[in-house]
Design a protein around this ligand. Structure first.
Ligand code: IMP
Ligand code: MG
Length: 183
């Protein structure tokens, strides 16, 4: 029988490590957003698992919404993004928190941040589970207010993150065996 675990070289962040980090980050948000009725916006698809875990730890009244952007990656350096699915909540005057899976080159998050800022929220903060600072593109200056784990420059899968749309369902963040890329 085929098993997706066969392709995992090692687990970088276990389910338990992620769970305790999620609780830690949600506690900060619960404190900060008392009485503010925040809107949590998830950037699909990678964030779906982190998003679901985070909002279940949120104890203040809030709303949730999603957007989907796609990146043209003809060349690595010229990542241009476009909105594929917009948010449906009117963000004007609202307290908005972007939830992201990973801050990598920064193209997506930088685009999302500027796009949502144009909707004139009362405040806009960024919460990312993972940060890979070594990959950051020059000129990207955004500093997320909440970072779960700073990780080395390795391609990771699981907990929402994919390689060719696979591995998103793994409950941990792991690194693939080199042979998995050839399949
Ligand atoms: P960016 O390079 O910061 O614009 O990241 C764009 C998107 O690439 C992220 O939202 C992820 O969906 C994906 N991505 C970046 N690094 C990884 C990784 O290590 N594994 C899986 N997906 C990644
Ligand atoms: Mg992806």
């Amino acid at each position: 029988m085929q098993d997706i675990m066969e392709n995992i070289e090692y687990v970088m962040l276990s389910k338990e490590q992620i769970q305790s980090k999620v609780q830690e980050m949600a506690a900060l948000l619960n404190e900060k957003y008392v009485g503010k009725n925040p809107v949590f916006i998830g950037v699909l698809k990678g964030v779906f698992m982190f998003f679901a875990d985070m909002v279940r730890e949120i104890t203040v009244p809030c709303e949730v919404d999603f957007m989907c952007i796609s990146s043209y990656r003809g060349t690595e350096s010229s990542g241009q993004s476009v909105v594929k699915k917009d948010v449906s909540v009117d963000l004007k005057g609202r307290h908005v928190v972007i939830l992201e899976d990973i801050y990598d080159t920064g193209n997506s998050l930088d685009f999302t941040y500027r796009y949502l800022l144009s909707k004139e929220p009362a405040s806009l903060e960024v919460c990312t589970l993972l940060d890979k600072p070594e990959r950051r593109k020059p000129g990207i200056t955004l500093v997320p207010e909440y970072v779960g784990f700073t990780i080395p420059n390795e391609f990771v899968v699981g907990y929402g993150l994919d390689f060719n749309e696979h591995y998103r369902n793994l409950p941990f963040v792991g690194v693939l065996k080199p042979e998995a890329y050839a399949k």
